[in-house]
Design a protein around this ligand. Structure first.
Ligand code: SAH
Ligand code: ZN
Ligand code: ZN
Ligand code: ZN
Ligand code: ZN
Length: 442
């Protein structure tokens, strides 16, 4: 309210917990009244209706309230445990096709004894083995829910990622928030004898526990590195990373595009540290290879936390994202890219989609991305041809013009900013507080 924002301070030791694990510490900014006041809020839910956990940092919480909160947290765990869901699945696949039902309202596989309870719900019948192998299709879509919004990779992009992973020689994929990639791997592994890649899915969407064993899926919150399954789940992940000395593992993640880059980075560093733990010779000074799939306008934020990363030009497409998919007529440009700590020249992009190799930059770039002699690099971020501004000494978007007032390039109809002071929140130039990428807006 009041145009104020929130800045993330992060995961504080001793933070209180909500049903989604330890809450994150935020600070109110730019609001006269409560400016600078720090508080805890749910790490996972962008929508207050999904989790309304809130506590001022300096608030005294009574024993009674603490006890009530603990009980609340316990009661807000899923009805079935993962173990129970695995058992249910075993029973489900024994059923004849005619008795295999999936409740579309509860997004749940139903055993015959449960039909009654869901009698006035819509359900799907004759759930085939093929359907069980693509749970993301059964569970889809969840777009209406802000917190769990799932933007599924278009087949083309998912296949591209998997082919790339295979060509790079990886054998294990830690799929963090990439259920579609996970299911493509799982499904090939069960069908093709010589398919060697394995995947472990970490995701906050517990419904996947209906389809995967405890070795294939961990209920995980990537904003606070919280394993809902406790030490056992932690150990599953650790074991997965340690196999074969930790060699040939890659982590692939496609987080929700909120503003919490810092929280994500901190969790990913913990996953990287987990991979490194056994101090085996060989990868002591290396980082776990990673693909972080995220919009290009977060480039500077990601590089701030992972200086070894670079952004690839490949445009990741989605099935159910109106903006981010190929249109039926011609190509809609997706802003989503792959950030990686692998050597850019190793990431071969499909020539048949117009990508070409730039020998100077030593990486594949999109067809519209022209090498700029002045910048000595292929400078386009969005796939369009950018133009060099001699005054700014850099390439800018094709729609921008140099403004002598602002002394930088901007849209023709921009309102001039007299002050060149940086952003109030992060101190950087180029944006104002209201659009600071480190803010999550109320
Ligand atoms: N493109 C991917 C899906 C990305 S959508 C694919 O097709 O596989 C974002 C994913 O992150 C969803 O699966 C969602 O359930 C998961 N997610 C959202 N918030 C999360 C959180 N806090 N922790 C872990 N996973 C989360
Ligand atoms: Zn139901
Ligand atoms: Zn180049
Ligand atoms: Zn240039
Ligand atoms: Zn300029």
């Amino acid at each position: 309210p009041g145009g104020g924002g929130l800045a993330l301070l992060g995961l504080a030791p001793g933070a209180p917990s909500c049903p989604h694990g330890p809450a994150l510490l935020f600070v109110k900014v730019g609001q006269a009244k409560e400016e600078g006041r720090r508080f805890y809020a749910c790490s996972a839910c962008r929508d207050r209706r999904d989790c309304n956990f809130f506590q001022w940092e300096d608030e005294k919480v009574s024993e009674t309230r603490l006890a009530a909160r603990e009980e609340y947290n316990r009661n807000h765990q899923p009805f079935f445990t993962h173990r129970q869901n695995v058992e249910r699945y075993k029973n489900f696949v024994l059923l004849p096709l005619a008795k295999r039902r999936f409740c579309q309202e509860c997004k749940q596989l139903l055993l015959p004894a449960e039909w009654e309870k869901h009698s006035d719900h819509q359900f799907l019948c004759d759930i085939s083995t093929a359907q069980l192998k693509s749970p993301s299709q059964l569970l889809y879509p969840l777009e209406n829910k802000k917190t769990n919004a799932q933007y599924l990779f278009a087949d083309r992009s998912c296949q591209f990622l998997l082919d790339l992973i295979i060509d790079l020689g990886f054998r294990r994929v830690l799929s963090v928030g990439t259920p579609r990639l996970h299911e493509m791997i799982q499904s090939k592994a069960s069908q093709e004898e010589d398919f060697r890649v394995r995947s472990l899915l970490l995701d906050i969407d517990f419904r996947y526990s209906q389809f995967y064993t405890e070795d294939e899926f961990c209920h995980y919150n990537m904003f606070n590195h919280y394993f809902f399954g406790g030490e056992a789940a932690h150990e599953t992940c650790r074991k997965f990373l340690y196999q074969d000395n930790g060699e040939r593992v890659i982590m692939v993640t496609d987080p929700p595009f909120g503003g919490l880059v810092e929280a994500l980075a901190s969790s990913f560093k913990k996953l990287m540290a987990m991979w490194k733990e056994p101090e085996k010779e060989g990868h002591n000074n290396q980082e776990m290879p990673m693909f972080w799939i995220f919009p290009y306008f977060f480039e500077s934020r990601i590089l701030e936390f992972f200086p070894s990363f670079s952004m690839m030009d490949y445009q990741v497409d989605y099935d159910n994202h109106a903006l981010y998919k190929h249109g039926k007529t011609g190509r809609r440009q997706s802003p989503v890219r792959i950030f990686t700590n692998l050597t850019p020249s190793m990431i071969v992009l499909p020539v048949e989609e117009g990508y070409r190799f730039c020998a100077v930059c030593q990486r594949y770039v999109s067809s519209g991305n022209q090498h700029c002699e002045a910048c000595n690099s292929c400078t386009s971020k969005d796939g369009r041809r950018w133009k060099h501004c001699v005054l700014c000494k850099k390439c800018v978007k094709p729609s921008w013009f140099h403004c002598n007032n602002c002394n930088c390039c901007a849209l023709q109809n921009h309102t001039c900013e007299k002050t060149d002071a940086g952003c109030f929140v992060c101190g950087k130039a180029g944006h104002k507080r209201s659009t600071c990428p480190s803010l999550s807006h109320t």
